[in-house]
Design a protein around this ligand. Structure first.
Ligand SMILES: NC(=O)c1ccc[n+]([C@@H]2O[C@H](COP(=O)([O-])OP(=O)(O)OC[C@H]3O[C@@H](n4cnc5c(N)ncnc54)[C@H](O)[C@@H]3O)[C@@H](O)[C@H]2O)c1
Length: 324
């Protein structure tokens, strides 16, 4: 039977999820949407239901699973409401806008004794990152010593304020670095560029690997995410994802998209497909609420470093057995 999915928040990400659900995801259909902006919700609903509030969407019999794509500050309360209703949820990253809120979500899921939450760290579904992980896990480049990440945006969105380069963008690198290396981060050092952009964040793992990340929110030339894993016997890196190479005006090279939607189009689609498979078979996939909590906790500690001294030993919490 097809899973009816309700989407909360129909801005850039929510509309993309709704569009994919309406057309391309086997075993699922768009059941309805809610957005604080009703006109925007109507467009994304594409003829399905427009709910008048998020609670009625979550409780609706037509909604078997929920996507949360509203602003970061709303995620934790909505995820808790989904848990209370026993509905599986794909919550856009970050899981919450503070470590304390993220922990409340984890504790509620642990009390339920059932994993219902997947966090939208979609890079885990990107074919390039998956190939990197396969090569690394097969031992083809030897033991990992270093992972370089680059996260460059053409221009920071208007709503980017304060430490959001860390709590909203760098969280992707935290998650993908934990997933690629299979290691936990134990310390972080942050160097801030002129005016606070770019940032260079260097972390050390519990296997003594180095994870370096450049986060550059206003790189102007386009959206460009890159990663190279360095091993004892070789390296593996993401290849350019541009479909063509252009020569013009004495220059040649690849093209970059304006933002993440075209760059990770495949990852978003595969994430939704695998999430729906997981919902149907009750087999959780992707980043768990625990992974979401760890990413938010590290981000909050890195943001505190940014405001203070430069380095920190990262505080880690024992993982509940639900996430083994
Ligand atoms: N996984 C990714 O690659 C990725 C990329 C971008 C954004 N995100 C995440 O997705 C979420 C949405 O980001 P976006 O870029 O789509 O933002 P956006 O501003 O384009 O859309 C947010 C939408 O939420 C609506 N909204 C505001 N308050 C609301 C509320 N209380 N309840 C319901 N709707 C409300 C707004 O009207 C707007 O339509 C953010 O949490 C962001 O971190 C994830």
């Amino acid at each position: 039977m097809s899973v009816g999915v309700g989407v909360i928040g129909t801005g850039v990400m929510g509309s993309e999820h709704a569009r994919l659900l309406a057309r391309q995801i086997p075993g699922a259909h768009l059941a309805g949407v809610f957005d604080a902006d009703t006109a925007r919700a109507r467009v994304a609903a594409a003829g399905t239901l427009v709910f008048s509030d998020p609670q009625s969407l979550i409780k609706s019999d037509r909604v078997g699973a929920v996507i949360i794509a509203s602003p970061d500050a709303t995620h934790a309360e909505l995820a808790l409401a989904c848990l209370a209703a026993g509905k599986p949820v794909l919550c856009e990253k970050p899981l919450a806008s503070s470590t304390a809120e993220a922990l409340r979500v984890v504790q509620a899921e642990v009390a339920l004794k059932r994993r219902l939450i997947q966090v939208g760290y979609m890079r885990r579904f990107d074919p390039g990152y998956q190939e990197m992980k396969r090569i690394k896990d097969e031992g083809a480049v030897g033991a990992t010593v270093l992972l370089h990440n680059q996260h460059r945006n053409a221009q920071a969105p208007d709503w980017f304020t304060g430490p959001m380069a860390v709590t909203n963008s760098f969280v992707h690198e935290i998650d993908i670095s934990r997933w690629l290396t299979g290691s936990e981060m134990v310390s972080a050092h942050v160097t801030s560029g002129p005016g606070g952009d770019p940032l260079m964040i260097t972390m050390r793992t519990d296997r003594d690997e180095i994870v370096s990340t450049e986060v550059y929110m206003n790189a102007s030339y386009g959206y460009h995410v890159h990663a190279e894993l360095v091993g004892r016997q070789g390296t593996v890196a993401l290849a350019p994802t541009s479909l063509t190479m252009r020569n013009k005006d004495n220059l040649g090279g690849v093209s970059y998209p304006d933002n993440w939607v075209p760059r990770f189009a495949d990852a978003y689609r595969r994430q939704l497909t695998d999430w729906i498979d997981g919902v149907t078979t009750r087999t959780p996939v992707g980043a768990s609420a625990w992974d979401g909590y760890v990413a938010s906790s590290i981000a909050e500690q890195v943001a505190a470093v940014l405001a203070g001294s430069g380095s920190a030993e990262l505080i880690r919490t024992p993982r509940p057995s639900l996430y083994d």
